[in-house]
Ligand binder design. Structure first.
Ligand SMILES: Cc1cc2nc3c(=O)[nH]c(=O)nc-3n(C[C@H](O)[C@H](O)[C@H](O)COP(=O)(O)OP(=O)(O)OC[C@H]3O[C@@H](n4cnc5c(N)ncnc54)[C@H](O)[C@@H]3O)c2cc1C
Ligand code: FES
Length: 506
């Protein structure tokens, strides 16, 4: 990134724009980026439409730009958000070349682009699309169906009581009290009617009949479908801990569960969080932000060790300790009586509330009942099709053939779920696009964001470049000398570069 306050309308010398470089500046009162791809020039908005990530610190790949924060990908030519987590386009401007200078002229697309017209015969399209699940994958799929020009009925059935929302924030700023309610919905109420997406909330699908192409709701109603997307996500694992005396025990998956924790946190002095993985740790950080004493109990000796290795795990523990979290590692909870939480070594902790974050299980009951092929999740092919014709699966439930590792994998990442929803939507419309995305997730601990790209089910070496203490490093996870994944702290561009290089390993 160079030259922060250029007047892009006033022209930039062509010599200052080599292939693939970016010049930032202002146009129409907006921050914008001017870039060159081969012999073409593009001007686009500088802020990502997900969480305003600075695109100028991102990566240009062909005619696209990728956001450094959570890897959204936009077309430089049209501004379209090609890949989640951003769903809305960035601005684009017309560019003119004259007398050795590039000028950014008028804005091309101030509002959402019209939908594309599908290049496949409408007879090949399903008569209707039913999506079971109103989470990451479900919404991204509905959105993509309309973006691709599908005009048939789209229905999204969700057991949740809230329209699709920003689930990762449920354990982060929202729980900490630093993100307002307004940030949580992924789409405003008018979006659904405007896009003709029927959103059925608080409705549980009980049964699928793939032969008759119907689903049954808990209230007895039956819905027909032309194509079905299963995106039922995951459910928190519930521990059978004996609890008496009005113990206040919470799990965290939904917005209403977050609201319940927030209500319990009002006036609370202490909390016990059970589970030292991502959600438990994020909950601990959010409760600390509310000034609550936090005791964190976990079976593992080092938090996150299995995924991130011992060095990063120790760093994360020390980071939380420096913010006042007290760890009880190598421990489990045996009993909760009122505010008294008893550990396996008989120690007693005091908690006005107890939050259990001990992992999730993919919500596969429906798929099992429907007789779909299972593989520690719902088995899908590279097009995210299940074993039943016209039935697709995406998100936390789907195990797919990963072209990069050569293994069938299932992950629980927000961006992967959304991107699978998008690809499944295109395949529902007959576009036959294989899912080849390199997995990505992020986790936030106070002011430290950890970005993880790739997938290492296991690794035999974790090589650190840089240093964890000043929050500036890249940790590569290798097996047999091959890099499978990398975690970065404050090295967002590197994370994008690693993603790019992993994309080429097939
Ligand atoms: C607190 C929290 C924080 C997270 N933070 C991060 C993060 O920082 N980074 C990251 O990469 N990932 C994060 N994740 C994981 C991420 O949110 C999930 O991977 C993602 O939401 C999965 O999307 P999905 O569409 O598969 O399922 P979900 O988003 O869980 O949606 C599932 C939907 O299906 C509905 N449903 C289920 N069964 C039925 C049924 N029978 N009938 C009708 N509806 C049904 C549910 O009500 C829900 O609407 C976090 C998860 C949680 C819980
Ligand atoms: S801010 Fe750009 S992807 Fe999140």
């Amino acid at each position: 990134m160079e030259r922060a306050h250029n007047d892009l309308g006033g022209g930039i010398a062509i010599d200052d724009l080599s292939d693939g470089t970016m010049v930032t500046g202002r146009v129409d009162g907006e921050d914008a980026i001017l870039t060159r791809c081969g012999m073409e020039y593009f001007a686009v908005g500088a802020a990502c439409t997900h969480y305003h990530g600075p695109l100028a610190n991102g990566l240009i790949v062909g005619e696209t730009i990728r956001c450094p924060m959570h890897h959204a990908c936009f077309s430089l030519r049209t501004g379209e958000a090609l890949y989640a987590p951003a769903l809305d386009p960035i601005s684009t401007w017309r560019v003119e070349v004259s007398l050795g200078k590039v000028y950014v002229r008028e804005k091309l697309n101030p509002s959402r682009r019209p939908t594309k017209s599908l290049g496949i015969p409408s007879t090949n399209q399903p008569s209707s699309v039913l999506i079971v699940g109103g989470g990451a994958a479900g919404l991204a799929a509905a959105d993509m169906l309309r973006r691709e020009g599908y005009s048939g009925p789209v229905t999204m059935v969700s057991a949740d009581d809230a329209p699709p929302y920003d689930r990762p924030n449920v354990s982060k700023d929202y729980l900490a009290g630093t993100a307002p309610e307004a940030w949580m919905p992924l789409r405003g109420a008018k979006y659904y009617s405007g896009q003709r997406i029927e959103l059925m909330l608080k409705q549980h699908v009980n049964l699928i009949d793939p032969a008759r192409r119907t689903v049954s709701l808990a209230d007895g109603r039956q819905l027909e479908y032309g194509a079905l997307l299963l995106a039922t996500g995951a459910d928190p694992v519930h521990l059978p801990i004996p609890a008496t005396g009005g113990a206040r025990i919470f799990y965290l998956r939904t917005l209403s569960e977050a609201r319940a924790i927030i209500a319990a946190a009002e006036g609370a002095k202490s909390a016990v969080v059970v589970g030292a993985s991502f959600i438990g740790l994020e909950v601990a950080a959010s409760l600390r932000a509310r000034g609550i004493d936090v005791h964190l109990v976990g079976l593992e000796r080092v938090p996150l060790e299995r995924v991130l290795g011992p060095e990063v795990g120790t760093f994360v523990r020390e980071l939380h300790e420096s913010h006042g979290v007290t760890f009880h590692l190598g421990n489990s909870v045996t009993r909760i009586e009122g505010k008294r939480v008893t550990l396996n070594d008989q120690r007693i902790l005091e908690g006005d509330l107890v939050v259990l974050g001990v992992g999730v299980r993919p919500a596969v009951a429906l798929a099992e009942q429907a007789g779909l092929a299972m593989d520690r999740g719902v088995a899908v092919n590279e097009f995210l099709e299940t074993s039943a014709p016209g039935v697709f699966a995406a998100g936390d439930i789907a195990r797919w053939p990963d072209v990069h590792s050569g293994n069938r994998i299932r992950v629980e990442h927000w961006v992967v779920a959304e991107r699978q929803g998008q690809v499944a939507a295109r395949n529902i419309l007959g576009l036959r696009e294989p899912f080849v995305v390199v997995p990505f997730f992020w986790s936030q601990h106070y002011d430290v964001a950890i970005n993880y790209v790739g997938h290492a089910e296991s690794f035999d070496a974790a090589v650190i470049d840089g240093s964890l203490a000043p929050h500036d490093c890249e940790v590569s996870y290798l097996r047999g000398g091959q890099v499978l994944a990398a975690a970065t702290i404050s090295r967002d561009l590197r994370s994008l570069q690693v993603e790019r290089s992993l994309e080429s390993t097939r």
